[in-house]
Structures are given as C-alpha cells and as structure tokens.
Design a protein around this ligand. Structure first.
Ligand code: ZN
Ligand code: ZN
Length: 214
C-alpha cells in the first residue's frame, strides 16, 4: 500500500495539540494508524509541543499541559473501559474500536443508486460518516462550506483532483468542487468528516440533505 495523500502539517499539529473536533480526530487517528510517514511527522510535532511547553515558565507549563492533557483525553475516540478492538475487515483499529466492529457491524442506510451511509456519533462541532460506494458509482458533485476530510478504507475513488486509494486522505475546503467516482472492480468504503454541511449543486440532493444529515 502506497499512501500518496496525507494529513497537512496544520492538521497534524492540531491533532498533536488535541485541538481537533472529535470527528476530525477519528479520521486523523485512523489515517495515522495506516501511515508510517504521518506517524513519524506526528512524533516530531509531539516532541516540538513538549519542548515549547518546557520553555515557558513553571506556572504556564502546568496549566497549559494540564489543559492539553484534558483536551486530549476528551478527544479520545472512546473511553476505554474494555480492551480496545483491533482492526476489523477494512477498518483499522481506531475506527473498528469506535464503531465496535468492521463494515458488517455498521448500520448502513441507503442513499439511492446503491450508495450507503452511516452517521457516526461524534461531537456537534463536526460530523463523521462512513460511505459505501459501489464500483463505478459517483457521489453527487458538491462544494464545501467548511473542511471535509475523506479517508479511503477500501477500493479507490477519483475526482477532478486525483486518485485516492486505501489510506489516502483527501482534504477539501471551500475552493474544491468535485464529483468523487468509485473505481471499477471494488466497492469503495470511506470515512469522511466535515465541519459544515456540504453544499450540493443539484436540487434533489439539496432537498434531501436535511434527511441525510450530510
Ligand atoms: Zn499520511
Ligand atoms: Zn467533498
């Protein structure tokens, strides 16, 4: 598996500091579990963050690191009262643990044309969902009001910008308007997080949006 599309420095830094909303945190943790490159970059940011805290005076250190620590605990995908799950099917450990299993454990809802979706329970500041896109099928083209992270777990999709295979992460913002199409040959399963409702171009998806909660 060769991952070509990674977390940005900005996202890795925010992840390291525990500043990401829960939905983005889950996508970042899942990508990092698949990606040696981002894991190494994260270690560097973690070390840098520690060094910055050590440089400030004593009172600030304890307050800042306590806050960062509490933040991080709050943003952990799940309270661990039990053994964390290992990977399940195409779901890496952080996601399998969050969902409580693999794709078979997910309560999928049909969106039409064979496309299925499952909304995950996360904090209100951003939402996460799993997408199941049959081979060759397109997701309606849409723009974004905020930030959208899409991580491929199985299969691959292409849009106007590039091809995304397992482990690849697409970062889309206001500037991106795209029509992701699943590649032929295999069902494409993705984990996506957005911090604002998507802005669909076609009238029907727009009407359906409140029901789909995407
Ligand atoms: Zn990466
Ligand atoms: Zn998008």
């Amino acid at each position: 598996m060769t991952i070509k599309h990674h977390l940005s420095d900005q996202l890795l830094m925010a992840y390291s500091a525990g500043d990401l909303p829960e939905a983005f945190n889950l996508v970042a943790a899942t990508h990092i579990s698949l990606c040696d490159e981002c894991r190494a970059r994260l270690a560097a940011f973690d070390a840098l963050g520690g060094a910055v805290l050590e440089d400030t005076d004593a009172v600030d250190v304890s307050e800042a690191s306590l806050a960062a620590c509490l933040d991080r605990i709050e943003n952990l995908p799940q309270a661990t009262h039990r053994q964390p799950l290992r990977r399940a099917g195409c779901f890496p450990a952080p996601l399998a643990d969050y969902v409580g299993g693999g794709p078979d454990a997910v309560k999928w809802r049909n969106l039409g044309m064979g496309v299925k979706q499952a909304i995950l329970r996360t904090g209100r500041d951003a939402s996460a969902r799993l997408l199941y896109i049959p081979a060759g099928q397109a997701v309606p083209d849409h723009g974004h009001r905020g930030l959208e992270l899409t991580l491929v777990l199985q299969g691959a999709f292409r849009d106007e910008t590039a091809r995304f295979g397992r482990g690849d992460l697409e970062i889309a913002d206001e500037a991106v308007e795209h029509t992701p199409v699943a590649e032929e040959g295999e069902v494409c399963i993705c984990l996506a997080a957005t911090d604002a409702p998507l802005r669909f171009n076609a009238i029907i998806p727009r009407l359906a949006q409140p029901f789909l909660r995407i």
